[in-house]
Design a protein around this ligand. Structure first.
Ligand code: 5GP
Length: 207
């Protein structure tokens, strides 16, 4: 049997406001070889967002049906809306030997960890809580009490970092992308991922 490397499941997560979306967008524009899973959500599309491109926008009933039919790898309720990762795309893409990246909040990431312990879990961290607050305030979309709520949640989310394999500080977006690409590359070179290529398969013997 010839050796076929399995795709990596990369989970990029971290507290709200840390810049997960921005980093993912930057990784995409750098043309990295990661495949992006499109989440399902019950929140309303923002201006410019397209169904099937940014999210699959669904009703709460449709979302609950997906949960019942086990169509989601993980899901979470976040600020009053549901978000979830369709499982079929992830399974199919990994089976094709391609890497998949999920950009999700921390509760969802922990669910993925339980189901895919071999995944690569990257925690995106702010340079400081002060900086995180500045970023949340800078978005201009939250009231003062909501900002305080988000900061409380962010502090408890920071404590979940120990469940991850790597922490990447998002001090500058391009630097964060460099680190993520380096981590993914290193992960592909792990002995346990490649050892079968050199030990048990015809492909290597023949050369
Ligand atoms: P937004 O509404 O700003 O697009 O996303 C809100 C939060 O939901 C972000 O932290 C984002 O990472 C997270 N999110 C997006 N898709 C998913 C998903 O499929 N599952 C989970 N658990 N979180 C998600």
């Amino acid at each position: 049997m010839t050796f076929k490397e399995k795709g990596l499941l990369v989970v990029l997560s971290g507290p709200s406001g840390v810049g997960k979306g921005t980093v993912c967008k930057a990784l995409r524009s750098r043309g990295s070889s990661l495949h992006y899973s499109i989440s399902v959500t019950t929140r309303k599309p923002r201006e410019g967002e397209i169904d099937g491109v940014h999210y699959f926008f669904r009703t709460r009933e449709q979302f609950q049906e997906m949960i019942r039919n086990e169509k989601l790898l993980e899901w979470a309720e976040y600020v009053g809306n549901y978000y979830g990762t369709p499982i079929d795309y992830v399974k199919k893409t990994l089976a094709e030997g391609k890497d998949v990246i999920l950009e999700i909040e921390v509760q969802g990431a922990l669910q993925v960890k339980r189901r895919f312990p071999d995944g690569l879990f990257i925690f995106l961290a702010p340079p400081s809580l002060k900086e995180l607050k500045k970023r949340i305030v800078g978005r201009g979309t939250e009231t003062a009490s909501l900002i305080e709520n988000r900061m409380t949640v962010a502090k408890s989310e920071m404590e979940l970092m120990e469940n991850y394999n790597y922490v990447v500080e998002n001090d500058q977006v391009e630097k964060a992308c460099d680190r993520i690409e380096a981590i993914v590359l290193a992960e592909h070179c792990r002995v346990e991922r490649l050892i079968d290529k050199y030990k048990n398969t015809e492909g290597f013997d023949k050369q």
